[in-house]
Ligand binder design. Structure first.
Ligand SMILES: *[C@@H]1O[C@H](CO)[C@@H](O)[C@H](O)[C@H]1NC(C)=O
Ligand SMILES: *[C@@H]1O[C@H](CO)[C@@H](O)[C@H](O)[C@H]1NC(C)=O
Length: 405
């Protein structure tokens, strides 16, 4: 006998019977879900759902959190309804708190330096801040007694212009990741304010959620490794690295856009051009000496506690790199190809829906920012200069980033 076929494709005799059974089963399922929903409401929790969910065919309760996780199918979300719902409840206040203008002292310019205009080009909050606050706040914020602020268990420590903003925005899609929006700059600029101050910047989290922040200057701050280790030896560190030559040009371009009167890239690169002496004290050059900086970190952290993300691969294959990051953080692999699409015009991957808002969300270069034409000879000399440092870095990390290929 054929197995019951809910679609009723075969007009054979046993069909009507199995169809009746199937219909009864559906009815039971519906009433079960309805009573679950009623119980949920009796527990005075349904007011936290921003929209009625009964009408959705997928089954009531998953539909609420489903809205908070971008682009994922309901099937995938069903595995994490609780976490996703928690996140939804928690997401309003921290964004409100950290997105608004000039959150932390003089750092706001640097704090937003990697922000493309679509995200937070106006730190005043018309970017992601407002779109994230879209779900009606109201009573949500009142429920935030749940959860508490924790010191971060994982930090994106670098590097500037490497793609740290992109990585953090992609990671935010995960229901078990909670992150500070701005760069706290605690371990380099505000260490004297103390860990309690630092913890207070963090968003609230529930059990099983990871607290994160990113401040790209930590990687090149001499004191940062010891300070982070003093907070917790178990802190996981993520470094997004990128070809040091293109990184330097990108770094310079950004500075140039703010201060158009600075000297040329070429003149800043050399201490004595005819002697071929590179000025390693210029930060745009100095930041790219990854092997040198890494040495300081390895005095305080074992290599297995560090993850090196390729900034180039993060753009080419965001889901692939995000897979590695989720594994490293001990997270279930939720962020996948489904969450991204590639914007050909921009040349960057975009999130189909940004966390907390229903809109697509693209990262990448500011459109129209003029890239200065750098002499090829200078770039070639810089490549030669970085080559041994890159080799050393590949050796230390056991990863070939392919910058000299
Ligand atoms: C630059 O290097 C050249 C060749 O080594 C040397 O003759 C010249 O004095 C140097 N210039 C400066 C300003 O140091
Ligand atoms: C792709 O990027 C361009 C330029 O930034 C933008 O105008 C366009 O709307 C984007 N398209 C999509 C589908 O995101």
């Amino acid at each position: 006998m054929a197995p019951p076929d809910p679609a009723g494709a075969h007009p054979t005799l046993p069909e009507p019977l199995s169809r009746r059974i199937f219909r009864k089963f559906l009815l039971m399922l519906c009433s079960l879900l309805t009573s679950l929903y009623v119980f949920y409401c009796l527990a005075e929790r349904c007011q936290t759902l921003s929209r009625p969910v009964v009408g959705l065919s997928g089954g009531g309760e998953e539909a609420g959190p489903g809205r908070s996780v971008p682009a994922g199918g309901l099937g995938e979300l069903a595995a994490w309804p609780a976490a996703a719902r928690k996140k939804r409840l928690l997401q309003v206040q921290p964004w409100r708190k950290h997105r608004p203008p000039a959150p932390h002292g003089d750092g706001e310019e640097a704090a937003w330096e990697e922000e493309p205009p679509g995200l937070a080009g106006s730190p005043g909050g018309s970017g992601a801040g407002s779109s994230v606050a879209e779900p009606p706040p109201g009573t949500l914020a009142l429920l935030l007694d749940e959860g508490s602020k924790q010191l971060p268990q994982a930090i994106i420590i670098g590097v500037k212009k490497g793609g740290t903003r992109a990585l953090l925005e992609f990671l935010r899609v995960h229901p078990d990741v909670r992150a500070v929006g701005a760069e706290p700059h605690f371990f380099d600029r505000s260490y004297d304010k103390g860990l309690a101050w630092y913890r207070d910047l963090m968003p609230r989290t529930l059990d099983g959620q990871i607290t994160m922040e990113k401040t790209p200057s930590y990687f090149v701050t001499r004191e940062a490794p010891a300070r982070i280790s003093a907070m917790s030896k178990a802190t996981k560190l993520i470094v997004v690295v990128r070809d040091p030559v293109t990184r330097a040009v990108s770094d310079y371009t950004q500075t140039l856009s703010k201060r158009p009167d600075i000297p040329t890239f070429e003149s800043l690169t050399f201490r004595n051009r005819s002697a071929g002496l590179i000025d390693t004290s210029w930060s745009a050059i100095q930041i790219g000496l990854y092997a040198k900086h890494l040495e300081h970190w390895l005095r305080h952290f074992p290599l297995r506690q560090m993850l090196f993300v390729s900034g180039e691969r993060l753009i080419r294959d965001p889901a692939g790199e995000l897979g590695r990051v989720q594994d490293f953080l001990g997270l279930k692999r939720i962020i996948s190809d489904k969450h991204f699409y590639f914007n050909q015009t921009k040349g960057f991957p975009c999130l189909k829906k940004a966390e907390g808002s229903g809109r697509p969300h693209c990262l990448g270069k500011t459109k129209g920012r003029p890239h200065p034409e750098i002499e090829r000879e200078v770039l070639r000399r810089l490549r030669d200069f970085y080559r041994p440092f890159n080799r050393k870095f590949y050796q230390m990390t056991g990863q070939d980033f392919g910058w000299d290929g």
